[in-house]
Design a protein around this ligand. Structure first.
Ligand SMILES: Cc1cc2nc3c(=O)[nH]c(=O)nc-3n(C[C@H](O)[C@H](O)[C@H](O)COP(=O)(O)O)c2cc1C
Length: 162
C-alpha cells in the first residue's frame, strides 16, 4: 500500500479540525493549502467575497506547496462548501493539475446547502485523478465530536477498500 495524505483548505477552521482528526486516527501526514490572497472572516462580507469567487469560477493562486506530493498515492481531500461546491482553492488544485494521478477521497464540511456537492467534487477530481469516495459533514461548528467520529470511520473504511 502506498502512502496517504490528508490535504485540505479551511477558511475558518472547521474543515481543518476534521482533517486533523483523520490524520491522527490514520497516522498519516496532513497539509493545509492556502491561497496567496485570503480574507479575514469579517461578518457577512466573507460570503460576498467568497461567493463571488465561486460564481466567477476563479482559480486563485496558491502559496507554494512545500511538501512533495509525488510520494502519496491516496489523498483525503477536504474543503468547506462555498455556494454549493468546493472552495476556489480546491478548484485550482484539481483543475490546474497540481494534484494528479492520485486516488482521491473527498470530504466536505457544510451547513445544509450542499445538495450536489459530492457530484461536483467527483467531476473535478476525475479531470486528473481517480475518485474513490466522498462524505459530507454537517455543522461541524455545532457538533464537532459527531462529525469527527463520522469522518474517521469513513476514512478507515476508504483505506480498507482502496
Ligand atoms: C463564502 C462562503 C460560502 C458558503 N456557502 C455555503 C453553502 O453554499 N452551503 C453551505 O451549506 N454552507 C456554506 N458556507 C458555510 C461553510 O461551508 C461551513 O461553515 C464550513 O464548515 C466552513 O468550513 P471552514 O471552517 O473549514 O472554512 C459558506 C461559507 C462561506 C465562507
Amino acid at each position: 500500500m502506498g502512502k496517504a495524505l490528508v490535504l485540505c483548505y479551511s477558511f475558518e477552521g472547521n474543515t481543518f479540525k476534521i482533517a486533523k482528526a483523520i490524520s491522527a486516527a490514520l497516522q498519516i501526514d496532513l497539509y493545509e493549502i492556502k491561497p496567496v490572497k485570503d480574507l479575514k472572516s469579517t461578518g457577512f462580507s466573507k460570503f460576498i467575497w467568497g461567493g463571488r469567487q465561486v460564481i466567477l469560477q476563479k482559480k486563485p493562486e496558491l502559496l507554494p506547496i512545500t511538501i512533495d506530493l509525488s510520494i502519496y498515492d491516496t489523498v483525503f481531500l477536504g474543503s468547506p462548501i462555498w455556494v454549493g461546491t468546493f472552495a476556489p482553492t480546491i478548484k485550482t488544485l484539481l483543475e490546474d493539475g497540481l494534484l494528479h494521478d492520485k486516488k482521491i477521497a473527498y470530504f466536505y464540511t457544510h451547513e445544509g446547502g450542499a445538495k450536489n456537492a459530492a457530484e461536483k467534487g467527483k467531476e473535478s477530481v476525475e479531470k486528473y485523478n481517480e475518485f474513490i469516495g466522498s462524505i459530507g459533514l454537517l455543522n461541524v461548528m455545532k457538533q464537532v465530536d459527531v462529525c469527527t467520529k463520522e469522518a474517521i470511520s469513513w476514512a478507515k473504511h476508504i483505506i480498507d477498500i482502496k
